[in-house]
Design a protein around this ligand. Structure first.
Ligand SMILES: [Zn+2]
Length: 169
């Protein structure tokens, strides 16, 4: 008996969507480019995503992640690793232009015991620092103050990116 296939390509989006339902916000961001402004996705490159941390330690706290849902550096290929570091450089530059940090913490947490909130999807943190900021943050920073400045800073970094041509991959 001849087998008939139902041609239903629109199902692919649904099926892919099911596959991507991972409780991974980075994968959600990767798969919804139309919501970049809502998600505060600053840049999309071929292999990576640069986003604001929703729970920032400091103003301008950014995350750089490969698009692929991988948790370990050993799973990343050379091109992904190169983008990770190149985007770190570019992120520092736009943050310098926008908010003039006096220092940065840049790092990756592997495993929950090391502080990773999302250990399944590799991401690098960039945290701008200022002299005395820990005292200031502990005493003065309210959640809504940070989220307000997050949207403003997002717009500012988008402008700088456009006028100055970032990221420079
Ligand atoms: Zn993911």
């Amino acid at each position: 008996m001849e087998r008939k296939n139902l041609w239903a390509p629109w199902r692919m989006e649904y099926i892919r969507g099911l596959g991507e339902k991972t409780d991974c916000f980075l994968c959600d961001y990767v798969s919804s480019p139309d919501k970049d402004a809502d998600h505060h996705v600053l840049w999309r490159t071929e292999r990576s995503l640069v986003v604001f941390n929703r729970f920032p330690y400091n103003n301008g706290h950014m995350l750089i992640a490969p698009r692929r849902h991988i948790g370990e550096l050993e799973q990343a290929d050379e091109a992904e690793l190169l983008e990770l570091m190149t985007l770190t450089r570019d992120c520092q530059q736009v943050l310098h232009r926008a908010i003039s940090p006096q220092g940065f913490n840049v790092g990756i947490n592997f495993g929950r015991c090391a502080g990773a909130g999302l250990p399944e999807h590799l991401h690098l943190h960039i945290v701008p620092r200022w002299n005395g900021d820990t005292n200031y943050m502990a005493v003065c920073a309210q959640t809504d103050v940070i989220s307000q400045s997050m949207s403003e800073l997002y717009q500012r970094l988008r402008e700088i990116s456009q006028t100055e041509g970032f990221p420079r991959l």
